[in-house]
Design a binder for this molecule. Structure first.
Ligand code: MG
Ligand code: MG
Ligand code: MG
Length: 298
């Protein structure tokens, strides 16, 4: 079998799904995903009339391209018996592999920015692809508010918007971002794991979930449920589990956790109360939470 699958990380987000679809389309590969499509991604797929990629249950014996991740903890099950042929990503590098491969990493706000830049011609000729990549950029950068946003993300997004026919990029981005913020009909447990990543910090298994909302009061009022949810999740072999409630408008995060309070104080310099701390200005898991926690767990 010479088929190559393009896959994003577990708990797929809009970047993981849309970058996989577009890159697979450009290369003639097969796009796939590792879990349910969230409401935000569903909105983008529907808007640009694109079907969701198939689920890949196990990557064993398959050739795969990993987009939007490079850590083993976030890869498809069976990745160690797969052949990874390429990685395109914008996260910190935590990758060790026995053979030489294509590895494209850039410190930009979104994997889609890298793909759009590398394949301008193909994307320009396909308004749906442009729309999907634009959605990914608006999602990952939280409509350009996240500190992960670069000038390149903004410039590429403007190009993509012109191709996709999106006149008001900010309005489209806000409409997109509010979809996941809608917590109605979902249990706290579902919300915690809907954007959840595992990390290996110095041999310790750490889990960090995030929800980005335009108004955080609703979910913060469920603090007791959130903490109980984290405590039960922690039973699955975690040293600690975290959940970021990020308020897009206030540009700040309330960080809930189940685990050692001392570590949280050491990481962020704030004494936790009731298993949470408020971190003004913090919006990015990879840039503002992961590095501090990784140091604190050393
Ligand atoms: Mg992602
Ligand atoms: Mg991404
Ligand atoms: Mg994200």
């Amino acid at each position: 079998m010479n088929e190559i699958y393009v896959i994003g990380h577990k708990s797929p987000d809009t970047d993981s799904v849309c970058s996989a679809i577009v890159y697979a389309g450009i290369k003639g590969y097969i796009p796939a995903r590792l879990g349910e499509i969230n409401k935000e991604t569903a909105y983008a797929l529907d808007f640009f009339k694109t079907p969701a990629p198939q689920i890949l249950e196990n990557a064993e014996e398959k050739k795969i391209v990993c987009v939007d991740h490079n850590e083993a903890t976030q890869m498809a099950d069976g990745w160690d018996k797969a052949e990874i042929v390429e990685i395109i990503d914008h996260h910190k590098i935590n990758f060790d592999y026995a053979s030489p491969i294509y590895f494209h990493s850039e410190p930009v706000g979104c994997t889609a920015t890298i793909i759009a830049k590398q394949h301008r011609g193909e994307v320009k000729a396909n308004p749906s692809w442009a729309g999907l990549l634009l959605s990914a950029i608006l999602s990952d950068t939280v409509v350009f508010k996240s500190p992960t946003t670069t000038e390149e993300d903004k410039a590429i997004a403007a190009e993509l918007a012109a191709v996709a026919g999106i006149e008001d990029v900010i309005a489209f981005g806000v409409a997109l971002k509010t979809k996941n913020a809608d917590i109605d009909g979902r249990s706290i447990q579902e919300i915690i794991v809907s954007d959840f990543k595992d990390f290996d910090f110095h041999g310790k298994k750490i889990g960090i979930g995030q929800i980005e909302v335009v108004e955080s009061a609703g979910i913060e009022s469920k603090a007791d449920e959130i903490i109980a949810g984290l405590q039960s999740l922690k039973q699955n072999g975690y040293e600690a589990v975290f959940f970021m409630v990020t308020d897009i408008m206030k540009a700040g995060t309330r960080l809930f956790f189940a685990g050692d309070e001392g570590i949280v104080e050491k990481a962020f310099g704030v004494k936790p109360e009731n298993n949470s701390v408020y971190l003004p200005g913090v919006m990015s898991r990879k840039k503002q939470i992961v590095p501090e926690l990784e140091k604190a767990f050393a």
